[in-house]
Design a protein around this ligand. Sequence first.
Ligand SMILES: Nc1ncnc2c1ncn2[C@@H]1O[C@H](COP(=O)(O)OP(=O)(O)OP(=O)(O)O)[C@@H](O)[C@H]1O
Ligand SMILES: [Mg+2]
Length: 250
Amino acid sequence: MNEIIWAKNIDKSFHVGTQDVSILKNLSFETHAGDFLIIYGPSGCGKSTLLHIILGLEPPTHGQIQVLSHNIYNLSEDDRADFRKRHIGMVYQQANWIRSLTVVENVAFPLTLLGEERLSTLAKAEKMLARLAMKDWASYIPTELSSGQQQKIALARALISDPELIIADEPTGNLDFDSGQELMHLLTELNNQGKTILMVTHDLEYLKFAKTAIHMFNGEIKDEYTDHKLQALLKEIKSKRGNGEALKTP
Ligand SMILES: Nc1ncnc2c1ncn2[C@@H]1O[C@H](COP(=O)(O)OP(=O)(O)OP(=O)(O)O)[C@@H](O)[C@H]1O
Ligand SMILES: [Mg+2]
């Protein structure tokens, strides 16, 4: 199968003072091309730490990880950075902008880093903005835009190098309900066009957009949901909401 991520028995601990604190415990999972995987769990359960491992930013303490069939931690740090730039698009809760550059220049920037010539990068960035219906904002400075608009620009920047995998860490965290839904619909559209999406959230509201869901709790995978099991979970969430129960991550 086309494994995009393959993780086996991942442990991660951090040295804090004189102690090793265990954050991720024996995580194994895989995701395949075309998946829309949502990893959900409460604040502090280790979601971002797991993403950092997948991104090649933080080696696991134990265990194996392959991204697009590459043993990324066998690569040098420079090669890992290059791999990330070419194959993974990232969207965070809050985008980091180069403040001296316009929207279109920020979107083009990853291609500049890959050594592409300026005019061609700008032409591609304009096309990408048009695809996300954001062309009218091309010459603004990103921070002049609303949070929802900035997240769409961040998505354009993540997509510019045509990566196989989009990783989004709480991309809706700063957005109101409508902007959050709009961003999720855009991600769904990209998924329908063949992009594999891995998104992390603590908000159960977004699970309805997933094809697969992984519930993380206290550094462990508590459960995995696909097909009928995912539908049953969504039904349960809906009925709890209907009863006015708080939609808290378990
Ligand atoms: N570099 C580090 N050194 C020490 N502890 C760390 C480090 N990075 C993360 N942690 C700890 O790991 C735990 C998990 O953090 P992580 O950021 O992965 O959680 P999260 O699930 O993404 O939470 P949130 O939903 O709030 O973003 C936290 O207790 C955090 O303090
Ligand atoms: Mg996090």
